[in-house]
Write a new protein. Structure first.
Length: 214
């Protein structure tokens, strides 16, 4: 009876000799390289969590590096040289620069960002979508300060909700409530009413008089 051989599906990337992932045409590393930045960042963070803190090393002698790879202390993994920038993988370099940026801009540690992302379920706090290409923005109360500080951070938002929604509404609760009222009962429905806060203001300035259109 002839020997049975396991089918080997080679990664389709030129020069790669690794086996393709199940139901994929690339090996895991080539597949990961083609993914959006946020996916590569999450993969680096997962690699680090797999290494117990007592087993983590700051450096590994070059003589111990596998061929074509170098040690990344950020994710504690031997990474392909082409996926590295200097002494760290590109994902860990990005993680480090992001941590430095939010620290210098908002005065918060990266742990705060991770904590917010966790309690938000990995989604934008408003539209509830997951990040696709870039990290969520740290949203802050613009009435507190212009540049942002640790005391005025509100949460993590996608760029659309941060700039196009809250930015267009100038962070005004009244405008946003008006928008909800408009969508629920538009003027053409015949059920639209002047916002409650405008009615209250009119009543205070014109006691005893009926509400007039503005």
């Amino acid at each position: 009876m002839p020997d049975q051989f396991v089918t080997y599906r080679k990664c389709r990337e030129d020069g790669c000799r690794m086996e393709a992932e199940k139901r994929k045409q690339r090996c895991y590393e080539c597949w990961l390289r083609a993914q959006p930045p946020i996916v590569r960042l999450e993969a680096a963070e997962r690699r680090l969590t797999l290494i117990p803190e007592v087993a983590r090393r700051k450096t590994v002698p070059a003589k111990e590096w596998p061929p074509g790879r170098r040690w990344c202390a950020g994710c504690q993994t031997f990474i392909l040289v082409e996926d590295c920038t200097g002494s760290r993988c590109k994902a860990c370099v990005s993680i480090g620069s992001h941590a430095s940026r939010i620290k210098s801009t908002f005065g918060v540690e990266s742990d705060t960002y991770v904590w917010l992302l966790k309690i938000q379920g990995g989604k934008c706090a408003i539209c509830r979508v997951r990040p696709k290409s870039t990290r969520f923005s740290l949203d802050h109360d613009h009435n507190h300060c212009k540049s942002g500080c640790g005391k005025c951070i509100r949460g993590l938002l996608c760029s659309r909700c941060n700039h196009e929604l809250l930015g267009a509404a100038h962070d005004s609760i009244h405008i946003l409530r008006n928008a909800v009222q408009y969508l629920e009962t538009p003027p053409m429905s015949g059920e639209w009413e002047i916002p409650q806060y405008e009615q209250q203001k009119w009543a205070e300035e014109n006691p005893g008089e009926p509400i007039a259109p503005f």
